[in-house]
Design a protein around this ligand. Structure first.
Ligand code: 1GP
Length: 250
């Protein structure tokens, strides 16, 4: 599919992708223009989904965004009914950090009768929930625990197992509104071993953090809450290395 191919190309050429996540439950169609106008020009994708939104909310949100952008609109569903035939693609997420069959295969089966009628690109994605410093909605809804950030080897092995199973993307998720993002150490360790693109999301609120996550090895970063609440910090402060130089001079 065209959308996966573009993400793969970005992965091999070192281009950085930025997906803005919109939760249909909180999205007002009438505010769409204002919302879109505050987004960075680096935005490359829209992700649409949430932990508890309805089918109708999903469809109206995809419709509203599609009317205003030429960027790919990708479903990021929290459940099998969060679909829209107007979307360009769907991340077919398997929650491989957890052991709940409902989010490993059952939701997927339930989505098939609708998906087979839709002409949207299906992208098989290994989804790993990593501890973001608070109990995330995903943990609550999926009834699974997140992986500890200190379990780096287990996270790497889980990502690689998902790749061996045929997943086309790996998504490291700290949870919406996470207090801490997935660490650079984890991102670098996973990126080093997998050969499929790496998506990172959860708790990213500034351009500084974005730069760090890309530098660590993320091909795509997903930001939701910071734009939803208008709390995005776009200032790039002096790089740590130049601070060190000042320090040496003193
Ligand atoms: C959550 O990774 C996304 O599924 C984005 O998280 O809302 O914290 O940006 P935030």
């Amino acid at each position: 599919g065209a959308i996966l191919k573009k993400i793969q190309q970005a992965g091999t050429s070192g281009t950085h992708l930025l997906a803005i996540l919109i939760d249909p439950e909180k999205f007002e169609n009438s505010a769409a223009s204002d919302f879109l106008s505050q987004l960075p020009k680096e935005t490359t994708h829209f992700f649409i989904g949430g932990s508890s939104c309805t089918a109708a909310e999903t469809q109206r949100t995809v419709s509203a965004i599609k009317k205003k952008t030429t960027l790919p609109v990708v479903l990021f569903p929290g459940a099998h009914h969060q679909l829209s035939k107007e979307a360009d693609a769907i991340l077919f997420l398997s929650l491989v950090s957890g052991r709940n069959p409902v989010y490993l295969i059952d939701q997927h089966i339930k989505s098939v009768s609708a998906l087979r009628t839709m002409n949207i690109e299906i992208i098989s994605t290994g989804y790993l929930l990593i501890d973001g410093g608070h109990q995330s909605a995903i943990e609550r809804v999926s009834e699974t625990s997140s992986m500890a950030q200190s379990d780096v080897q287990l996270i790497v092995d889980t990502a690689l197992a998902a790749q061996f199973q045929g997943k086309q993307l790996i998504y490291l998720e700290a949870g919406s509104g996470a207090l801490k993002t997935v660490s650079e150490e984890i991102i670098t360790a996973v990126k080093k071993e997998i050969s499929i693109p790496l998506i990172v999301g959860g708790g990213v609120t500034s351009a500084n953090q974005l730069a760090k996550l890309y530098h660590a090895g993320a091909d795509m970063v997903v930001v939701g809450t910071a734009f939803e609440t208008g709390n995005w910090n776009n200032t790039i402060t002096e790089h740590a290395s130049s601070k060190n130089k000042n320090y040496e001079r003193i």
